[in-house]
Structures are given as C-alpha cells and as structure tokens.
Design a protein around this ligand. Structure first.
Ligand code: SF4
Length: 386
C-alpha cells in the first residue's frame, strides 16, 4: 500500500463512485477500463470493492461521511452483473450511509441486459436513478458501434424501469459519428425525447488510441466526423433539448428542472469523492489518486495488499486554479467571480460579443458555442484573472 496518506481529510467524503468493469463486448470507440466477459465473477468483484474500502477506512486514508449524498455505479456494464451484487453494495458501503432522504444512487445499464428481474431487484435494493447507454436508435449506427441492443430494446428498457418504479432516468446519446454511418441525428433526438426521461447526456465521438475505431481511421477505412459536423450536431441538440424544456446544466448534460445528476454536480463543484474499483479516480483536499486500470491488476493488487493504487498527484496552486476555472465554466452555474480585474473583464466582454459567454448574476456562463471551445476559454481566463 502507498506510504502516502490521503486521509485525515478535513472533510469526510459524501460522494462515492464504484466501477463495474465488465462488458459483453467492446464497442468500437471505447477505451474505458473494461474487461470483456459475458459471465463476470460478481462475487470476486464485490469482494474486491469491499476489501478496498475496508482497507482505506481501517488505515484512516479516507473517511466517508456517516450519510452519503451520492453513490454512482458506472462501467463497463453494471447491468450484466447479478443484480444482487449491485444492491449488496449498500451493505459494503454501510447501510446507514445510504439512508439519507436525498440519497441519490445511480447505476448505469445497457438496454439488452436491463431485464425485469434487474429492474425489480435494483429498485427494491435502493437504486433510485438509472443511466442507460442508448447512443442511437439507428440500426446501422448501433451495428457500426458494436452495440448489442436495438432501438426497441432501449425503448423497452426505459418502459421496464418506469414500470418498476424507477422514474429518475437518463439516456446517453453519441453525436459526431462518421458521415458514412447512416444515422439521422434529428430522428435520434426525437426518439430520445419520446422516451420522456428527465435527463439526457450527449457525448461527442472521439477517436481514442488503441481502439478498433482508431485502427480503422489509421487504415483509412473510416473518416472521423469533421469539425463542422460535430459542431452542427452539438448545437442542434442543445437547441432541440432546450426547446423541449431541458436545462443545459453542463457541457454534455441536459435535465428537466430538479433532475440533474447530483453526483456529477458534486464532482464539478469540487466536492471530494472516493472512487473504488479498477481505473477509479478519487479526489480530496487537493490530492488526486487513481487505481490500476486493468481489472486483473486491480483484483490481484487488492488481494495482495488491500488496495491497488496506480498513482497519485498533489495539485499545484496553478493546477488547482485552472481546474477550478475549468470545472466552473463547464457547468450552467458558471464561474462566480467577485473581482474580475480589467484583463479578465475585457476578455469576458469579447466572449460575450462573440456569443461564447454571458455575464449574468455575477457569474460568467458559457453558451453552447462557448462550450465547444471550453478548454481554450478556461486557459485564457485563468491566465488573466487577478
Ligand atoms: S458498453 Fe460502454 S463501457 Fe462497455 S464497451 Fe461499450 S462503450 Fe465501453
């Protein structure tokens, strides 16, 4: 185990992420910490998560609050695990910690494995938010991505969740697919809206190193979407969803009033969080640490020493400041700044004139146009703040 101590945290941690790495197949664009396995060892996974948390708490490295605000189980595909393993996480984390009135427990699911028993077991076990990886309703696009579900599976999964009492639902869609993939973005958005879910997330397709997509691009058999297509689809979606009553509360996320992801909001607001499982990241008191990315390395590390940390870093003052600016600008709440100084004020006014930002209620808020160049704007602003 690392000699570094991350604990004696000034604040106890109220938000926990658990990674469930297993997928039945790897999608062509995916570079997440995924283990392709149709029959994953759920008992081994849950045991490793339990051991990691027990080790961290026993050593005093992290201190979880007596009541958590959020638990987010992401993947991978958590819905391919025996649902009993997912609900047993409440025992692992501490049943009393998951009993708060506003406790948000999100689990990610893929439509093809979100069966009725999964829905029922999760709902009875305390899960109260489900995020579905839908991505598209186009048969050709789904096939191209390597997804295992159909449009009908996605619609049935949402209906199943609702019938099972899970009403706080989110749907992920991907935009910016290559022009050669027959996909009607407008149609996908309309079908997502017809699902009547309170939360929709949009992800722009990125060509990540080492993926089948990157190899296809390198071999010249696929050409990524150009900048103009990416931009047009993002702006079209932002406008369509806003018109349908969704608040664009973060660069990639849209929610009806009262339904933003509280877990993600906490992370973007700089709250400390603990990540358990392979590839999971944690943050507290200006320090970040992360686990071994591959499932076998994580599992074996936890077996051997209780944790499987890959590395850590302490943020410098400059890094912390840039990160704070970047995190604030990515949200609809924007960056509050009491005293901008002449340099920063001039910069923000020029953004406003260019349609990239608005200065309102004492905050700098990016527009969808501004969010398309978020990274550049965050660096520009950080450099001229007093
Ligand atoms: S289902 Fe999700 S996590 Fe699994 S391979 Fe596809 S994109 Fe990656």
């Amino acid at each position: 185990m690392s000699a570094l101590r991350f604990g004696s945290p000034r604040h106890s941690i109220r938000n926990v992420y658990v990674h469930a790495p297993f997928c039945a197949r790897r999608c062509c664009y995916c570079d997440f910490a995924v283990e392709v396995n149709r029959r994953p060892d759920g008992a081994g996974w849950l045991g490793a998560i339990r051991t990691e948390l027990e080790t961290l708490e026993a050593s005093g490295e992290v201190r979880l609050a007596s009541t958590l605000d959020t638990l987010y189980v992401g993947g991978g595909t958590p819905s391919i695990l025996d649902p009993g393993r997912i609900v047993a996480l409440a025992e692992v984390i501490g049943r009393m910690r998951t009993r708060g009135d506003d406790f948000e427990w999100t689990v990610e699911a893929n439509p093809e494995s979100f069966t009725e028993p999964v829905a029922g077991c999760w709902a009875r076990g305390g899960v109260n938010r489900v995020s579905f990886g839908v991505q598209s309703f186009s048969r050709e696009a789904l096939r191209w991505m390597g997804r295992l579900h159909s449009a009908a599976d996605a619609e049935e999964a949402v209906a199943r969740a609702t019938a099972g009492g899970l009403a706080n639902l989110s749907v992920d869609l991907i935009f910016g697919l290559p022009a050669t993939v027959a996909r009607n973005w407008k149609d996908d958005l309309e079908r997502a809206l017809r699902l009547d879910v309170p939360h929709i997330s949009l992800y722009g397709l990125a060509v990540e190193k080492g993926t089948p997509l990157a190899r296809a691009v390198q071999q010249g058999t696929t050409a990524p979407a150009g900048e103009a297509r990416y931009r047009d689809e993002y702006l079209f979606a932002a406008e369509t969803l806003a018109r349908a009553g969704y608040e664009h509360y973060e660069v990639s996320n849209f929610a009806r009033p009262g339904f933003p992801s509280r877990h993600n909001l906490a992370c973007w607001r700089g709250a400390p969080y603990l990540g358990l499982g392979n590839g999971a990241h944690s943050y507290a008191n200006g320090r970040r640490w992360w686990n071994e990315r591959d499932w076998p390395a994580y599992r074996d590390g936890v077996r051997a020493s209780g944790t499987a940390r890959a590395d850590s870093e302490v943020l410098t003052g400059e890094q912390s400041r840039l990160e704070a600016v970047w995190l604030a600008l990515r949200t609809g709440e924007g960056l509050r700044h009491a005293r901008l100084g002449d340099g920063a004020a001039g910069r923000v006014l020029s953004w406003e004139a260019g349609g990239l930002a608005r200065l309102e209620d004492g905050a700098i808020r990016l527009t969808p146009e501004g969010w398309l160049v978020l990274d550049d704007l965050a660096v520009e602003l950080e450099q001229c703040l007093p």
